[in-house]
Design a protein around this ligand. Structure first.
Ligand SMILES: Nc1ncnc2c1ncn2[C@@H]1O[C@H](COP(=O)(O)OP(=O)(O)OP(=O)(O)O)[C@@H](O)[C@H]1O
Ligand SMILES: [Mg+2]
Length: 367
């Protein structure tokens, strides 16, 4: 069999891209997908041919830098409508969600790009029972948290009473009662986090400046768990207001900053707080409508990266890669951001972990 036969037999649209991001070859399915012949595609920048939601350029440069292949899930991709000189007309795209795979190909900086449309029916069928199970688990945990806190208060009180009646010589007993009190307090704190997670208070939405919430989270973290971290701000000062509950948004940023600091460890590291506007970012609802989420907030750290064994599940409750971690920080982030109509995503490798929150703009008249 010749290499050309193999290329034609690939069951997904495939493009070969040169080091400058231009299309070198397209298989028949890619011709059908883009509605253009391989000859018409040759030499064109890939981003002029596919309308994608802003993450393609980033993914290509990641493959170029790391030499490793990259998966990008939930990417809205469609053939770009020709627009004057042939550039992609981003607003015009109506593409299905796809998984994109990009792999380095040879040593000349070429890359192979495979486009696999996602079976949305299957994704929903898998996702929903999982979400239901998670909800039931949280409800149960919340109930337990409430029930366990009462006897713990009794145990703490009893230990404190014992300590008060000890003679000054009973040093060992004093240490033991202190241990009971401090461990009980630790468990109470953990249970309070579980209760906080189960808290179903809807967000009190109003038009707010994202930078204010970021600054408050940074200051609060710098006084606590992130005291060894350096911060760099890369703000877009013209960013429009978003519609959010200020306390909940601050909690989201605080959780992300805290995680970055905990991953860095006691020697610290650098956290970049970045905001920018991306008019191409949209969320597609199951009913087919699209919501613009142009406000982007990124919290980027230079720590070790997500532990690979839990990387796919970090937003699920009780998933933690840390000793003493509750695994509720990111589940809460995901819940709050979803309640605000936004999305959260992450890209991570050793040396760079970037959490991105995409949010809607506050409606006119509310600003
Ligand atoms: N910036 C990051 N760098 C590396 N790993 C991270 C980062 N953020 C999260 N993680 C990993 O994801 C896990 C889940 O995070 P999450 O905030 O949900 O829980 P936790 O930090 O373990 O506990 P909690 O936040 O409830 O105290 C962490 O335990 C850690 O292993
Ligand atoms: Mg955390």
């Amino acid at each position: 069999m010749k290499a050309g036969d193999l290329w034609s037999a690939l069951p997904e649209p495939a493009l070969l891209i040169d080091a400058a991001g231009r299309i070198e070859a397209a298989n028949p399915l890619a011709e059908a997908f883009t509605n253009r012949s391989a000859r018409a595609l040759a030499g064109r920048p890939v981003e002029a041919v596919l309308a994608v939601d802003g993450r393609l350029g980033e993914a290509l440069s990641r493959v170029r830098r790391s030499g490793a292949s990259v998966f990008v899930k939930d990417m809205a991709i469609a053939p770009a409508r020709a627009n004057g000189a042939g550039g992609a007309e981003k607003e015009g795209r109506e593409g299905p969600l796809c998984t994109l795979r990009i792999a380095p190909c040879g040593d000349q900086g070429r890359m192979l790009l495979l486009i696999a449309p996602q079976d949305q029916g299957a994704a929903l069928a898998h996702g929903q029972p999982a979400r239901k199970a998670a909800k039931a688990a949280i409800g149960m945990a919340e109930m337990l948290a409430h029930e366990i806190k009462n006897p713990l208060a009794g145990i703490t009180g009893a230990a404190q009473l014992l300590a008060m009646n000890l003679t000054p010589e009973a040093q060992e007993e004093r240490e033991l009662t202190e241990l009971i009190v401090s461990e009980c307090q630790r468990v109470v704190k953990l249970l309070e986090q579980v209760e906080e997670f189960g808290n179903t208070r809807p967000p009190a939405l109003r038009a707010i400046n994202i930078h204010d919430a970021l600054d408050r989270a940074r200051r609060s973290a710098a006084l606590g768990k992130a005291s060894a971290m350096r911060f760099r701000e890369d703000y877009d000062p013209s960013l429009p207001l978003t519609r959010a509950d200020p306390d909940q948004l601050q909690q989201v940023f605080l959780n992300l900053i805290t995680n970055a600091a905990e991953a860095a460890g006691p020697q610290g590291g650098t956290i970049i707080l970045r905001t920018h506007y991306d008019h191409a970012m949209h969320l597609r609802r199951p009913d087919g409508t699209r919501i613009a989420l142009p406000l982007q907030v990124e919290i980027i750290d230079d720590g070790p990266g997500l532990p690979p064994e839990i990387a796919d599940d970090i937003f699920a409750p009780f998933v933690s890669g840390r000793e003493n971690g509750t695994g509720l920080g990111l589940a809460l982030v995901s819940k709050i951001v979803t309640d605000h109509g936004g999305i959260v995503s992450v890209e991570s490798r050793p040396g760079r972990t970037a959490f991105r929150i995409s949010l809607p703009v506050a409606p006119r008249g509310e600003e």
